[in-house]
Ligand binder design. Structure first.
Ligand code: F0G
Length: 582
């Protein structure tokens, strides 16, 4: 390992080194609206246009006066911040407001119940954890229903033997009748039980001493017994049969959950959520710590169908028809959750298309898999509606919100769970010291008030400011098609993708391209030369991301446009020295 950097830095000291090498080692001392200030060598404030927007946490800008005033008021009147396990009426208020918004945007009256959290990753993990509780309870309910079926067969057989066709025995792994015993009496056909002398059920014959197996002589239809013929059934002690069903099912019923997510997804970096984050560098070292996720290629519903077909499992149940045992099949809930972003953020600002969203919803409905809509980055009005999924017509069973929920001041996140899926016992099984605290929850309430004010003026602003910003970036794209690959996004969640510069004649640019830091090098240039703060997305390092507040001004948009033109000119000239400030 390299020696630890010298100096006073003990908090992630290597990160400081990276920031320095990228020209991003700046300490900001004040923040307001879309501006961050640092000090120059003479101690004078230098304003920087902040288009990173607190990674999306400042939809209302830095230190919005109304949020600051609410925060001061709470502190001035010594409002309780941590009074856990007591009534939190303001949390109900936030949940009620969120419900009213979801209902307005989706048109669906079913309520959602709220579980509060401290960060986005935690809200995702709460959703997945709740979905897993729901899944294991559903597996238990299914197992009970199957036991009831078995019990009914037991009762019908008078607890003696039942006629079990060959194919049923095969599927349950019951030992076949001894060779050469055709038509005759065979011993011990019931796998695993000894001494159970049973008679071959002479289905087609009239004389059949069928040992209490009724209906063996009826002609024709085999009532769902695949491949069964009239004379292939064997009398098996019902207990042995029940045991075989239990054995076949129990291994399956303990199948680990399968999580689904999209390629390019980002859902957090905690132990559970990082397994839903597609970027291998973030995820792979930690694979053994959490449940497996299958990643569905973006925009390819047929790949989802293949994954579902490969992962689907069914449990056996029993029924008796015409005196013969038949296997029933029950879909095992193996799919814990499909977690997705309506507009992928870290994956490079990629909006889901409506048709793909519809196919995902349909497939999840068919397999009983809940859809967790991660609105942590796209929600809170950023894309022009409170939920980006509303514009797609995508309904979630869960929603996760974070980032701007805390108004740019507090850390707050929340998971919404559709009432019909909600498990009351989760509330006693899950908690956090800090979640739902008085301060962050009341700040969240004020934030929602400000967003909803004036008939949702903030959403209209996000849409309109986003359109202006995108038009400016589109113009840069038109003038620099050799540098800019694409501009895309929704509202104030905008990405500008640069062409891959790994073929650049400049060795410095090439090196950054190959190490995945090219976007950050561009950030360093924009900060140094244009006093603009823009970062690439984490998993698509050539896409610059814009997430400013709804108060973005025309002047700020012009400033952004001029800065990007500067960047494009440097890149067009392959001017590594200017880009890297060397
Ligand atoms: N989900 C999405 C869609 C996110 O963009 C993020 C964070 C998270 C979950 C995790 O939230 O950081 O509060 O735990 N995205 C950050 C970003 C890292 O850069 O946009 P968290």
């Amino acid at each position: 390992a390299p020696p630890a950097p010298r100096g006073a830095d003990l908090a992630e000291p290597y990160l400081s080194g990276h920031l320095a090498s990228l020209g991003l080692a700046v300490e900001y001392v004040r923040a307001e609206g879309n501006t961050l200030y640092h000090l120059d060598d003479d101690g004078a404030e230098v304003a920087v246009l902040d288009l990173v927007g607190g990674f999306g946490a400042t939809i209302l800008g830095h230190n919005h006066p109304e949020i600051v005033s609410r925060a001061k008021d709470l502190l001035d009147r010594n409002a309780p911040v941590f009074a856990q396990f007591s009534l939190h009426p303001y949390a109900h208020d936030v949940a009620r407001t969120l419900n009213a918004i979801v209902r307005r945007e989706s048109g669906d009256p079913e309520p959602y119940l709220a579980i509060f959290a401290n960060s986005g990753a935690e809200a995702i993990e709460a959703a997945v954890k709740h979905a897993e509780l729901d899944r294991v309870l559903k597996v238990a309910e299914l197992t009970e229903a199957i036991e009831a079926e078995t019990e009914a067969v037991r009762a019908a057989s008078g607890r003696g033997t039942v006629a079990v066709p060959d194919d049923v025995r095969e599927r349950l792994g019951l030992r076949p009748p001894a060779a050469g015993a055709a038509g005759g009496t065979t011993d011990g056909v019931a796998g695993g039980t000894e001494g159970g002398t049973t008679d071959r059920v002479s289905g087609g014959t009239e004389d059949g001493a069928t040992d209490g197996v009724a209906g063996g002589t009826r002609d024709g239809a085999t009532d769902g017994v695949a491949g069964g013929t009239r004379d292939d059934a064997v009398a098996v002690p019902v207990d042995a049969l029940a045991e075989a069903v239990l054995t076949a099912n129990s291994a399956l019923a303990q199948s680990p959950p399968v999580l689904l997510a999209l390629e390019g997804s980002f859902h957090g970096k905690l132990v559970g959520s990082v397994q839903l984050t597609h970027n291998a560098a973030f995820r792979e070292p930690f694979g053994a710590l959490a449940a497996r996720c299958r990643f569905v290629p973006f925009g390819r519903p047929e790949a989802l169908d293949e994954i579902v077909a490969a992962e689907r499992r069914t449990l056996f149940g029993l029924a008796v028809e015409d005196g013969r045992v038949r296997l029933t099949e029950h879909e095992l809930p193996v799919f814990c959750a499909f977690v997705l972003e309506p507009v992928q953020g870290e994956g490079g600002i990629r909006p889901l298309d409506e048709e793909f969203a519809r196919r995902i919803r349909e497939t999840c409905d068919a397999i009983g898999c809940p859809v967790v809509v991660d609105e942590i980055q796209s929600g809170m009005g950023r894309t022009g509606t409170f939920l980006a999924s509303s514009a797609l017509g995508l309904r979630g069973d869960y929603y996760a919100l974070g980032k701007s929920l805390g108004g740019g001041i507090a850390k707050a996140a929340v998971t919404l769970v559709r009432e019909s899926r909600y498990r009351a016992r989760f509330e006693m099984a899950h908690s956090s010291t800090f979640a739902k605290d008085g301060f962050s929850t009341l700040i969240a309430a004020r934030t929602l008030e400000l967003l909803e004010a004036d008939g949702g003026g903030a959403y209209r602003r996000a849409e309109e400011r986003g359109r202006q910003l995108t038009a400016t970036l589109d113009a840069v794209h038109r003038d620099f098609p050799d540098v800019v690959k694409e501009v895309r996004g929704r509202g104030l969640m905008v990405g500008l993708e640069l062409h891959d510069p790994s073929g650049s004649p400049d060795p410095g640019i090439r090196e950054h391209a190959l190490s995945g830091t090219f976007g950050y090098a561009a950030s360093g240039y924009l900060l140094r030369a244009h006093a603009v703060r823009i970062f690439p997305t984490a998993s698509a390092p050539t896409t610059l991301r814009f997430a400013p507040s709804v108060y973005l001004t025309d002047a700020e948009i012009d400033h952004a446009g001029a800065a990007l033109r500067g960047l494009c000119a440097v890149l067009r000239a392959h001017d590594g020295a200017r880009l890297l400030g060397s």
